[in-house]
Design a protein around this ligand. Sequence first.
Ligand code: NAP
Length: 252
Amino acid sequence: MTNETRTAIVTGAARGIGAAIALRFARDGLRVAVLDLEEAACQATADRIAAEGGTALAVGCDVADEDAVTSAVARVAAELGAPTILVNNAGIIRDNLIFKMTVDDWDAVMSVHLRGAFLMSRACQAHMKDAAFGRIVNLSSTSALGNRGQANYAAAKAGMQGLAKTLAIELGRYGVTANAIAPGFIQTDMTAATAERVGIPFDQFLEAAAKEIPVQRVGQPEDIAATASFLCSQDAGFVSGQVIYVAGGPRD
Ligand code: NAP
């Protein structure tokens, strides 16, 4: 089977890293389901893919909602083809120091990242098993190693690594690999929101971040898309259960 006959789902693909992964996958020849909370927001990414000659479907879905996930995956299978590639990218931040963090802040972050990745992976693995081929990529973060003000996010992102490793062990026998990408600082709306929260203009925030990174620049969504492209390729079939830090320098 070639890329042209494979279907990928990218969650949180209306913008940022997810949109870049969706575009890259389409350039790789995959059919792409662009999934995000609002279908209208997904349409912009789907239109960009179509304008380049690719095939995309905009799908509105809250990844934390079990019924919505079941319907969305069924719709993708019916309208685009069985999803055998899944990128669990949807994410939110609700940063605060632990003494100020609310239960809602904690639950919201766990829901989108962990419950969302669990529900999406569970819904897609049946299609992967039937096809005897599958690729799952979870978006983790360097914050998984611990980050001030991100107790909820760090715990969720460490969980995304554990989930990927376990899916690798359980699904490997069906030709399915599962890996995690742990980005460092990537220039998106998410890091712009962090700059706003700490009260620093975004360009100064980017400049300061770049100075701390060995390659002396911040990451772009395309840096993550290139890594996802490799991990989801036919050639990456022996790479499974790994965490790849894409951070412009070493992390452990
Ligand atoms: P972003 O620009 O904020 O995009 C995240 C997307 O996820 C948004 O379109 C958002 O939709 C969507 N989303 C949120 N909750 C959802 C839900 N319940 N169901 C479906 N979609 C949902 O973030 P990003 O910077 O591209 O980050 C993408 C991923 O990489 C996240 O998992 C993030 O944690 C991770 N990451 C980012 C960085 C970084 O430096 N940017 C670093 C490490 C890891 P709305 O716009 O409607 O909320």
